[in-house]
Design a protein around this ligand. Structure first.
Ligand code: SR1
Ligand code: MG
Length: 430
């Protein structure tokens, strides 16, 4: 898969990309024999990379190239190209563990930090669909299969200690991407940081309160420590709805460049948080009342399904024959052993749920006060309206982070979200 004609790294814009691809016979066969007639369009709307769609008369591919800096900010923020290596490694692993749920890999060049993948068409970025109030009936089933299988099979429940440590080592070098998360999610929104932004002036008071709230500082710091020091499984590491492409009948998880061995709740929490943000943003978008109610009902139902189906699938895998070095079968023999192990599984899932609740809260707050926002809120043009939606999301997120124990089940999360649907923050009357 690694390209063999690469020189030193260089950014491939249209002409250079055409020449490069024209030298790869398998891709020429896929695209069509006339490179000059291929259309090449840069479509990257993420924060880090270049993404091209290349189409010929026979077919199309997606090409992703890492830039040596953060695209969102520019050359002043350098970022290692090695993230393309970790993304390729993670995609390969995920393709093995969750077949059909990630794009097919067609070519990878380490030197150019470039990967060619199956063109996902007519898939769209799920976040864009959610902003348009679209519902995705396959989503909960697919994303829970993806998470249950990738997390379980890379954990100590499924692997020997040696295999697990090899896995940790293979991704340990991706620390620059982890550092982005450590800073942008777990630190900056709670202190004065140059790159923070929020919907001013409405959220000025809330932003200031985040900086003084010691209960929140303790809670976010515990989550940060868990993120840094709990290599439970291979995470996608950035599993928001912008990293998922969908149609009515298919789901594909993309962009695992933040992959590393971390706490499972981080991935699960990311999915929950992004659905909850879509729920709160819904009130800010122009929608007929019936459409709004149907969409919001579906989103909260999906939040519940995501946790419940994930937990069920994860437990099924564990019960079906865990071959990992954790919980050795020889220690849980007989009926008593089986009963104790089952109780332990339930306790494990309860801890994982609490982690997911906390991480979901952290993911929400960062999108409202940190550097990188999301279009769920950003596309609400009227800032006052946007701030109302954001303040509701933050109110729930603070409770989830500081009083995590008050949310023992997913229905407690959706119930609290429902109660905040028409809640008005102080700035509305003040
Ligand atoms: C500087 S990168 C900002 C964010 O974009 C990615 O999608 C990650 O979420 C990261 O935190
Ligand atoms: Mg991304």
């Amino acid at each position: 898969m690694t390209g063999d004609r690469a020189g030193d790294y260089r950014i491939l814009h249209e002409a250079a990309l055409r020449d490069y691809l024209a030298g790869l016979p398998d891709l020429v066969a896929l695209l069509g024999a006339e490179p000059v007639s291929w259309s090449i369009t840069e479509v990257g709307d993420g924060n880090l990379n270049l993404v091209f769609i290349v189409k010929g008369d026979r077919g199309g591919v997606a090409v992703k190239q890492a830039l040596p800096y953060v695209r969102l900010v520019g050359k002043s923020w350098p970022l290692p190209l090695s993230r393309a290596h970790y993304e390729y490694l993670a995609l390969s692993k995920q393709a093995d563990l969750a077949p059909g749920l990630v794009p097919a890999l067609l070519h990878h060049n380490e030197t150019l930090a470039l990967t060619v993948m199956e063109l996902l068409e007519p898939h769209i970025i799920m976040r864009k669909g959610l902003v348009a109030a679209a519902q995705y009936p396959r989503f909960a089933g697919d994303i829970t299969a993806f998470m249950a299988r990738t997390l379980f099979f890379t954990s100590d429940l499924a692997l020997s200690a040696a295999e697990k440590k090899e896995g940790i080592a293979a991704f340990a070098g991706n620390h620059a991407l982890c550092k982005i998360t450590e800073d942008l999610i777990f630190t900056d929104p709670y202190r004065i940081a140059e790159q923070n932004r929020w919907t001013a002036p409405y959220l000025d008071g809330l932003a200031a309160s985040l900086r003084d709230d010691m209960d929140l500082h303790v809670a976010i710091s515990r989550l940060k420590l868990k993120f840094m020091a709990s290599p439970e499984a291979l995470l996608h590491g950035d599993l928001h709805t912008g990293s998922i492409m969908v149609t009515d009948s298919q789901t594909r998880v993309i962009d695992p460049e933040f992959a590393f061995y971390g706490p499972m709740g981080f991935d699960v929490g990311a999915v929950l948080a992004n659905l909850l943000m879509a729920y709160f943003a819904s009130a800010g978008h122009e929608r007929a009342p019936g459409e709004r109610a149907a969409f919001e009902g579906w989103v909260l139902e999906t939040v519940e399904q995501v946790w419940n189906e994930f937990a069920r699938k994860f437990l099924d895998l564990w019960r079906a024959g865990a071959a990992g070095d954790a919980y050795p079968a020889s220690l849980f023999a007989g009926e008593t052993g089986a009963a104790r192990l089952e109780a332990e599984r339930q306790a494990y899932m309860q801890r994982l749920f609490a982690d997911a609740v906390g991480f979901a809260a952290a993911k929400t707050i960062r999108r409202i006060f940190g550097l990188a926002h999301n279009i769920d809120f950003e596309l609400i043009e009227d800032p006052r309206r946007r701030a109302i939606s954001e303040a509701r999301a933050v109110r729930l997120a603070r409770a989830m982070m500081v009083e995590t124990g008050a949310f023992p089940a997913i229905a407690d999360v959706t119930g609290a979200a429902r109660k905040l649907r028409d809640w008005m923050p102080e700035f509305v009357n003040g």
